[in-house]
Design a protein around this ligand. Sequence first.
Ligand code: ADP
Ligand code: MG
Length: 710
Amino acid sequence: MNSPEINVKKESLNSVNQLDFLFKPKSIAVIGASSKELSIGNVIIKNLVHYGYTGKIYPINPKEPEIRGIKAYASIFDVPDNIDLAHVIIPSKFVPQIIEDCGKKGIKSVIINSAGFSEMGEEGIALQKAFLAKAKEYGVRIFGPNCQGIINTDPAYKAYCDFTFTFPEPGAISIVALSGGVGAFIMQSLFDLEIGMRMYASNGNACDISISDVLNYYGEDEGTKAIILYTEGFKDPREFMETAKIVSRKKPILAMKAGRTEAGAKAAASHTGSLAGVDIATELIFEKTGILAFNNEEEMCQAAMAFAAQPIPKGNRVGIITNTGGPAVIATDELVSAGLVLPALSERAINILKETMLPEASLGNPIDVVATGGGNHFRSALDVMMDEDTIDSVFINFVTAPFTDTDEVAKNIVEVNKMKRKPIVCNFMTNLSMERFQKTAKILKDGGVPCYSFPTTAAKALGALCKYHKLRSRNIGEAKKFTGIDKTKSSEIINDAKDSGKFLSSDKVYSLLSAYGIPVADWRIASDIEKTITGANEIGFPVVIKADAESLVHKSDLGGVAVNLKNADEVRAVVEKMKKNFDAEDLKFFVQKFLPGGKELIAGVSAQRDLEPLIMFGLGGIYVEVLKDVVFKIAPVTELEAKEMLSSIKASKLLDGVRGEKGIHKESVIEIIQRLSQLVTDFPEIKEVDMNPIMAFHDKAFVVDARIRM
Ligand code: ADP
Ligand code: MG
């Protein structure tokens, strides 16, 4: 068991080292360099020079002696030096040959800016395959094609290997984006917010170096404090999940909930499939791997500002310091809805504040130092918050009251901030067209205090810091492996029906569930009236009879379910009626114990391409499509995740029982979910499971209707 793990580590280490040639090149060749001002082959050289690239630039052009004043070479073979990285900006049909040349020259990584590959149909796909084969042969790593490139702001490199137009200051946030358009505008947003950037990568078609490779690289990069990720899907969701899980423990990954995965795009006809919708898998991948997901790109960039400058809080308890009332109220609302709490201050704290604050000040949480409060008052309030064991982070509302020395306030905030004891965010309300307040703002900015101009924005940013703490400390554990499962029987059933694309017959469904220890209501299956009655006698009245045939999907809609049958006569009457109503050749009668009075729940599975199946749980019964109160997780589902599923449906309180009625036996349902997860993990041939309803009682739970499609 040990050796594969060691292998994985080695490989990822290798790929990190290899990516050094991409992100930290000492020399760059621009193949397809051009003297035309408005061409990519010109802009890339211009950008490298303008940004102050510290290495050597080799323009490659068969006709020009120099480009932008730099000596050009007719071919890479004419370059007298080693080359770490090459930009390729030539027509796609020449690319396979050029990659071979790069390999021969010993170039370790290539950014292919040119388009005309897998995004262009058959011919492009063939070209991509051809150059990839050459790349593999010579051990060249490919970034792109059809991409922007990378940027490394590290003063030791200043590698601007990109044709974009934003020139960021060095900082601690690294960006990886599949889409160059989104990547560039996120970079610009950080620039506008005056947040520095560490590295940037936009890999277009991503035929070799993947988003996961870059994430892994950023994870190992000491200068990267937080990562912004934008992707519209995953080429290899499993690889991504593995990487993201590891990296997100080390540093926050902020991502947009945009686009949909290939995997999630299958809208199946059954409950589970259609309820899953098409874009759910991306969200679930983020959740399972501890990525902070944002609905809004502006919010994400604002949060990045806090991540760049502040430590991660140790909990969700916030202290508020304000010098004005209203904005603190708005901030409180937002903080509370982001899951933060405002603990009361200790007696010790209040006693200190009684000494230090103005008489009008309000001594609680929030501490209102009032508008006339100055540097000393803010300082004392901050010290108190920093000393309180019950407080994990501090939110400041600072309005630049013209009658106070605002610079003095800012300096005090900065002094405390520099100690890095607890994260601070500041809602800074001012008029930045006034020189006086510009100075105050600069003190805060230079002192690393993230400042926002709306209380809600500031509160959301602090909320994101706390959410990351929660995500990082959430340990979902490993999925349980239940023992005592009848593997022989299960394999038999599955192998019989494998690849059929069909639904399993009822007897197989219930046998399979039982083999996996999933409790089902006692049942018999019979082909005629007498056997049906015998079955009912064996189970014991009252019973339920269900018409059973492959063509019958939603049985009760068609009058195929008769409940609460108390004796043989009632069974006989129902069977006769069903025989008349359904002329299916394979019609049988499914007899089941009648289990009244339970809560109807649903659990299901829908298989995903390139990803583990999705497990669903929610309120069941015949209204499931209407209420759609269901949640999903990616298999394998751990005990903690199964518990979270129960508590995260909208009607979760119903499971606890309302108005004096008893709640359900949650442990049984949690176990059913985990066993179901194990079943579909063991047998990927299963495409869909739909258990609706599961009848849940105060002491147990049983599946009373289930369908399984292979
Ligand atoms: P279908 O979903 O194909 O219409 P079900 O077997 O789910 O058929 O039955 C429909 C409804 O009948 C269930 O939602 C439940 O309310 C009720 N029902 C079915 N079987 C039982 C049972 N064994 N005990 C109690 N109620 C049942
Ligand atoms: Mg049903």
